[in-house]
Ligand binder design. Structure first.
Ligand SMILES: [Zn+2]
Length: 58
């Protein structure tokens, strides 16, 4: 049986990506940097705020 290391994932935010290589942004509301999260993998380019809370505060 082959030991799978997982498929090579070229996309940013791939599962095996070390935190230091994950993309990050700065939230304009609270001014804090936030790092890519898995839940954003489909919408990362559209993500502006670190959380729904900040998004609603605007
Ligand atoms: Zn924020």
């Amino acid at each position: 049986m082959a030991r799978g290391r997982g498929k090579p994932d070229a996309r940013p935010g791939g599962k095996g990506l070390p935190p230091s290589q994950r993309p990050s942004k700065v939230c304009p509301v609270c001014g804090r940097p936030f790092v890519w999260r898995r839940k954003w993998r489909a919408v990362w380019e559209e993500v502006i705020y670190c959380s729904d809370r900040c998004r609603h505060q605007r």
